[in-house]
Design a protein around this ligand. Structure first.
Ligand code: GDP
Length: 139
């Protein structure tokens, strides 16, 4: 099952600007099934754990402040080739390079405030789904 799920987060910038419903519609229209979803907020401590792999990067502090700056929507999405297809739907990390019509192209503000997260591998999808949800119940 885990090859078919991915973890997404509508980030604080997009939630604050009122883009949540448009983004959710786009995700559903692309054929993703939202298995579970919650509106939540990351504490600084949780954001540090979630983005641990970036802890040596120059932008880490700023990313943690941003990701804990307000409500987010985290969700598990199911679809064949979920990780790969969702990365295509969200577009490049830097919205300047994101293809027209992708979520980041439409809704991102900057490289950091880029509206949405999508897992980058099946291994990370599993780890990230577990971070937000007790996913054992879906297996
Ligand atoms: P993603 O998998 O496309 O989200 O990209 P990464 O895993 O490389 O980075 C995680 C998040 O850190 C991105 O989605 C951005 O919010 C932020 N980020 C990445 N690169 C930079 C950067 O060079 N500068 C800043 N300020 N933020 C960045």
């Amino acid at each position: 099952m885990f090859g078919n799920i991915t973890l997404s987060i509508i980030k604080p910038d997009a939630v604050k600007k009122g883009y949540s419903m448009s983004i959710l519609s786009q995700i559903i229209n692309e054929g993703f099934n939202i298995i579970t979803l919650k509106i939540t907020e990351l504490s600084k401590k949780s954001a540090i754990i979630f983005y641990e792999e970036h802890k040596e990067k120059y932008f880490f502090e700023s990313l943690i402040v941003f990701m804990s700056s307000g409500p987010i929507i985290s969700m598990i999405l199911k679809k064949e080739n979920a990780v790969k297809d969702f990365r295509i739907l969200i577009g490049d990390t830097n919205p300047i390079n994101a293809k027209k019509g992708t979520i980041r192209n439409l809704y991102a503000t900057s490289l950091e405030k880029n509206a949405i997260h999508g897992s980058d591998s099946n291994k990370n999808a599993f780890k990230e789904c577990k971070f937000f949800f007790p996913i054992e119940k879906f297996s």
